[in-house]
Design a protein around this ligand. Structure first.
Ligand SMILES: Nc1ncnc2c1ncn2[C@@H]1O[C@H](COP(=O)(O)OP(=O)(O)O)[C@@H](O)[C@H]1O
Ligand SMILES: [Mg+2]
Length: 278
């Protein structure tokens, strides 16, 4: 079966400087691919390129093919803008690190989730919109949806806001969810809850995901396969087990060593600190 998403030799340059230098990867249907690498390695540029959300000044080349539900594959890079708009938030949805950037502070969350639906189904009857919004809020385990749908984003916690954004992303039943550092702004306990939610959604709906993080330990919790990015290139790619237990690249070993674990001796400085001379 052909992959859902197939990226080949993707290159992205900003004012002549190549930030992504020939990246290739695939996401199969129902699979979560983790994209991991330190800050500045080109992860966000790669994900924004997929939805063609980079500034017009960015030079993008290569191939990004997406298999539609009817089996036809389309080249996202050359798709007309009008067709691309139908993809965004529908076949491919995206969530970011900071939920407030995706939320309107002066609109109730029920209305915002509803608008995400209406953007792609403008003639849906109001009653059905309301039912779908409530179902989406239940799906992401937001408490007391009938009442809370009337509340505004600031009345929710950070973790709940990320749940609202996930509800908005999933309400159009996307075939691919791109999650760019979705838990990085959250504290560790809430981060674990959001990762559990994403895993549940994947299990229950066969959601395919491109999960991006600078933290290999986080990626290992949700991903089936991992691609390790460094300086705009993928230096290693494999199953989570392979990459964690037999890293092929010194850079990956360093990413692993820099993550504190339950068994990290507390009296020893973390590898990242040693390397950066803290
Ligand atoms: N809009 C932009 N204009 C100019 N340079 C950019 C832009 N976006 C990203 N870059 C550069 O591209 C490189 C990769 O950035 P990014 O994809 O955001 O990294 P990551 O998400 O892995 O932290 C960095 O050097 C960054 O400065
Ligand atoms: Mg980033």
């Amino acid at each position: 079966m052909s992959p859902l998403l197939s990226v080949r030799d993707l290159r992205i340059a900003f004012s002549g400087q190549e930030a992504v230098r020939g990246v290739s990867f695939e996401v199969a249907a129902g699979e979560t691919l983790g994209l991991v690498g330190e800050s500045g390695s080109g992860k966000s540029a790669t994900s924004l390129a997929l939805l063609r959300l980079l500034p017009a000044s960015a030079a993008v080349s290569g191939s990004m093919r997406f298999a539609r539900a009817d089996g036809v594959t389309e080249e996202l890079l050359s798709l007309p803008e009008k067709a691309m708009r139908r993809y965004r938030g529908q076949a491919i949805a995206m969530i970011f690190q900071e939920p407030m950037t995706a939320l309107n502070p002066v609109m109730t969350v029920g209305r915002q989730i509803g608008e995400a639906l209406l953007a792609h189904a403008p003639r849906m009857p109001r009653r059905e919109v309301r039912e779908r919004v409530l179902a989406a809020m239940r799906e992401v385990a937001l408490p007391d949806p009938e009442r809370r749908m009337e509340d505004y984003p600031h009345q929710f916690s950070g973790g709940q806001r990320q749940r609202i954004v996930i509800a908005m992303a999933l309400i159009n039943k996307p075939r691919l969810l791109i999650a760019d550092e979705p838990t990085t702004a959250l504290d560790v306990t809430v981060q674990a809850q959001i990762l559990e939610l994403l895993k549940d959604l994947k299990r229950e709906h066969g959601l395919s995901m491109l999960f991006i993080s600078h933290d290999l330990a986080v990626v290992a919790q949700v991903a089936d396969r991992v691609a390790v990015m460094r300086d705009g290139e993928i230096v290693e790619q494999g199953s989570v087990a392979q990459v964690l237990t037999r890293p092929q690249h010194a850079y990956t070993s360093n990413l692993l060593a820099s993550a504190p674990t339950m068994t990290t001796p507390r009296d020893r400085p973390l590898a990242t600190m040693v390397r950066s001379g803290v």
